[in-house]
Design a protein around this ligand. Structure first.
Ligand code: RVP
Length: 498
């Protein structure tokens, strides 16, 4: 080849957005964007499929803010499917398939069910699903703890007649019934008295509290989950789809792999799974994106090596600086109408707008939100400061098996055939400062994007993508961008020195 070195790759710190003429008020911009061909988000934030970032709590919290979580896959199929279930049941206009309990169950069994599904009470039904009563915290309050193992649900529940609603009741009528009778749960029954659904007052409060929430057609929060393509991967796919997952992320470190493309095609053609959106990744070139588009993905995820915990670029010497990677991928994805997700490497809120202008439609973040309350793991104290653990999925900790817990992370890096002491890690284990609730962190990240849109003069994300222009900067320009020549004396909510 004439020039074996090709082009120069640029990343977030190499570029800035040019300010432009504007009539935009930051707080009034619309950040609605597309995650996939069919799923739209009110804010362009996606949480990483990592075991220190996204389980059901994070997925619920982020969907409430208008983004979406991708449940990680470094756990058993059953456990991951259960997480999908938890998100889908967390709030909804109506639960069409409520968890129930039988009259002969003991209170201890009831308690275990409530804990498993994180609910405060359950409808009681007979073997034909005919509604017999309802049992909630209120019924249990005065039962001595010693009687839980012997006492039955039937002897403790609030029995029929209950306040119930007909199948198909409108939200307004349901709210009126709940208010009139001062009850918190409204079972919906058909003409034969069979339980067909459940509406709870909590859900009405939630929809007022989270107006931007990402919801499906029946008012349930939307959730994505990661899958692989080795071994029992197809069982995982079908279990997640049965649990109601909205999008599957076929998740691997090199998405330009034949097995990966086969998995995408299989999900998109099997009658049992083809209604689910499929995101493929990761790739970092135009050819990689084209291969995914040709295989039929609903979104392309970009990023080889930019992650804050990732060492792929030094261990393997492979990767593409992220702004160039996103731009290159978008050259293949955009003409096909396939959205692009920029995954990894974001350090500050300003990087979100840079990613969108480079060609992305949303960003996936790990390190930026791993310090939130809702990410898995406990707080750790170091020198009196609070941190949370954050590790790469190719770190030793994530790739090694623990006791009888098998690691599903190895096959993300095509190392499923290696024993634990042969692993070639491509990630590190670390910690990030504790950040408090996701809502506050998301507010700062999205608020930063609002400011970007104001400077560029864009009312909407498509306008930002069309109007945004880059200037390349030098190391001196980067130094000038950050605070310089002063000592910071107080913490800022959206700026930390790295
Ligand atoms: P960051 O947001 O910069 O912390 O990057 C998160 C991304 O890094 C993930 O979404 C994933 O694509 C990638 N990752 C996860 N584990 C590893 C690794 O161990 N190398 N990389």
């Amino acid at each position: 080849p004439a020039d074996p070195f090709g082009f120069i790759g640029l990343t977030y710190d190499d570029v800035l957005l040019l300010p432009g003429e504007t009539d935009v008020i930051p707080s009034e911009v619309d950040t609605t964007t597309r995650l996939t061909r069919e799923i739209s988000l009110s804010i362009p934030l996606v949480s990483a499929a990592m075991d220190t970032v996204t389980e059901s709590r994070m997925a619920i919290a982020l969907a409430r803010q208008g983004g979406i979580g991708v449940l990680h896959r470094n756990l058993s199929i059953e456990a991951q499917a259960h997480q999908v279930d938890l998100v889908k049941r967390s709030e909804s206009g109506m639960v069409s398939d409520p968890v129930t309990v039988g009259p002969d169950a003991t209170l201890a069994e009831l308690d275990a069910l409530c804990a498993k599904y994180r609910v405060s009470g359950l409808p009681v039904v007979d073997a034909d699903r005919r509604l017999l009563g309802i049992i909630t915290n209120r019924d249990l309050r005065f039962v001595p703890p010693g009687e839980f193992t012997t006492r039955r649900v039937a002897d403790t529940m609030t029995s029929m007649p209950l306040v119930t609603g007909p199948v198909g009741i409108s939200n307004d009528d349901a709210a009126a019934l709940l208010g009139k009778h001062k009850v918190e749960k409204l079972p919906l029954v058909d003409a034969d008295g069979r339980l067909q659904g459940l509406i709870t007052v909590k859900d009405f409060v939630k929809s007022e509290q989270y107006p931007l929430a990402t919801k499906d057609a029946s008012g349930r929060l939307v959730v994505a989950a990661a899958v692989g393509f080795f071994g029992d991967a197809w069982d995982r796919v079908t279990a997640l789809v049965e649990a109601g997952v909205d999008a599957l992320v076929v998740d691997t470190a090199n998405g330009h792999a034949r097995l990966m493309l086969d998995m995408v095609r299989r999900i998109k053609s099997d009658p049992a799974t083809r209604h689910v959106q499929v995101i493929g990744g990761n790739i970092a070139t135009r050819d990689g994106a084209q291969a995914l588009v040709d295989a039929g993905v609903d979104a392309v995820k970009v990023g080889v090596g930019p992650g804050s915990i990732c060492t792929t670029r030094v261990v393997a010497g492979v990767g593409v600086p992220q702004v160039t990677a996103v731009y290159e991928a978008s050259l293949a994805a955009k003409p096909a109408g396939v959205p692009v997700i920029a995954d990894g490497g974001l350090q500050y809120s300003g990087d979100i707008a840079k990613a969108l202008v480079a060609g992305a439609d949303s960003v996936m973040v790990g390190g930026l939100i791993a310090g939130c309350d809702e990410s898995p793991g406990d707080l750790v104290f170091v020198n009196g400061k609070q941190f949370k653990r954050y590790r790469g999925m190719a770190s030793l900790g994530a790739m090694q098996s623990r006791g009888d817990r098998r690691s599903y992370s190895k096959d993300r890096y095509f190392q499923g055939n290696l024993s634990d002491d042969e692993i070639i890690t491509e990630g590190i284990e670390g910690q990030v400062p504790y950040r408090g609730p996701l809502s506050a962190v998301a507010h700062q990240l999205v608020g930063g994007l609002h400011q970007s849109m104001f400077y560029v003069g864009a009312h909407t994300v498509p306008e930002l993508q069309a109007r945004g222009k880059f200037v390349r900067i030098t190391p001196a320009g980067l130094k000038e961008s950050h605070p310089h020549d002063v000592q910071m004396i107080s913490e800022s909510p959206n700026y930390t020195v790295r």
